[in-house]
Design a protein around this ligand. Structure first.
Ligand code: HPA
Ligand code: ZN
Length: 329
């Protein structure tokens, strides 16, 4: 309990958080009612029960994309992001870099001119309203392929200065990073920072490819680096790029069925790979960032100084530092 108080008070940056994955069952039901959208749940309790068990990433993603059906207007997107910032503030989050999935909305006929201003206004208000500074990272849905990603990048150009980076998410296996090399190259030329989900369900070769082919500054998840000791050695030697670990997500999506706790302990206690702690999709995985720190502390036997070091990593790996400054650290 003492350690939990410490975790709550520790200033933290959250670097791996999908805004669509912060949609709590209560807000989902309220937006469904506001917008006249039909959902297959009688109430928020029933909606929450549907989120209790996932067999794997794709199983989760189908529910996650279904949840977005209630998000239609600017106001909906504002309310979604604002609710996250309010909660994050109570968890000691001082800075957050939020992923959003443009294609999850454009594919349903919700245009950039509706979802982006809602998200962006919530980001602009978050510092004064909640004491949280924030950035937005647009993710390409890897299952839709590189042409759709390139089209999405073009649609984002009017909002160029309001976006800090690009990422890559959705179904991993079968959609290797190299497919997206050209669109990430173009993103870099536009001055956007680069990250990618890699090594969540897929193996270390996806992490190697994200580094080599996409030039990413962080690896989202990346836990499967443990399957390749040479890759671990490379990440240790270069002090990065940091991994944005999401322990409760990994648990709920069963990415290391049976031996996750041992893997988390190994990564944090037996390697010098820089790791940050994040919640991924907290409304679906049953815990915001503090619960993720607490779970990791429990399985890896971490003390307060080790937890403080993880929080320090989160600011060091953030885009609060420009790329040149990061090179020097
Ligand atoms: N992995 C891949 N895609 C996602 C995730 C994730 O953990 N969350 C939301 N989209
Ligand atoms: Zn994620």
């Amino acid at each position: 309990a003492e350690l939990e108080t410490f975790i709550g008070r520790l200033p933290k940056a959250e670097l791996h958080i999908h805004v669509e994955g912060t949609l709590e069952p209560e807000l989902m039901m309220a937006l469904a009612a506001r917008n006249g959208v039909a959902l297959p749940y009688a109430d928020a309790t029933a909606a929450a029960a549907a989120r209790a068990r996932f067999a794997n990433l794709d199983d989760f993603l189908s529910l996650y994309y279904a949840g977005t059906s209630v998000l239609l207007t600017r106001r909906d997107f504002y309310d979604l992001a604002d609710a996250y910032f309010a909660r994050a503030a109570t968890e000691g989050v001082r800075h957050a870099e939020l992923f959003f999935d443009p294609q999850a909305h454009t594919a349903r006929g919700v245009p950039w001119s509706e979802f982006f201003p809602g998200l962006h206004q919530a980001v602009l208000d978050a510092l004064a309203k909640h004491g949280v500074s924030a950035g937005l990272i647009m993710c390409f849905l890897r299952h839709l392929g590189p042409e759709a990603a390139a089209e999405t990048l073009e649609q984002a150009l009017p909002y160029r200065d309001a976006i800090c980076g690009v990422g890559l998410d959705s179904s991993e296996v079968g959609f290797p990073p190299a497919l997206f090399a050209a669109v990430f190259q173009r993103a870099a030329e536009l001055g956007w920072r680069r990250v990618a989900h890699a090594g969540e369900e897929a193996g270390p070769e996806y992490i190697r490819s994200a580094l080599q082919d996409l030039g990413v500054e962080r690896i989202d998840h990346g836990i499967h680096c443990l399957d390749d000791p040479q890759l671990v050695a490379q990440l240790e030697a270069n002090a990065g790029p940091a991994l944005t670990l999401c322990p409760l997500s990994n648990l709920r999506l069963q990415v290391y069925s049976g031996c996750l706790e041992a893997k988390l302990r190994q990564l944090v206690c037996e390697t010098r790979v820089p790791v940050t702690v994040n919640s991924d999709d907290p409304a679906y995985f049953g815990g915001y960032v503090c619960a993720n720190y607490a779970y990791l502390a429990q399985v890896a036997g971490l003390d307060a100084p080790q937890l403080a070091a993880l929080a320090a990593n989160s600011f060091r790996a953030s885009f609060l530092l420009d790329a040149a400054a990061k090179e020097r650290h």
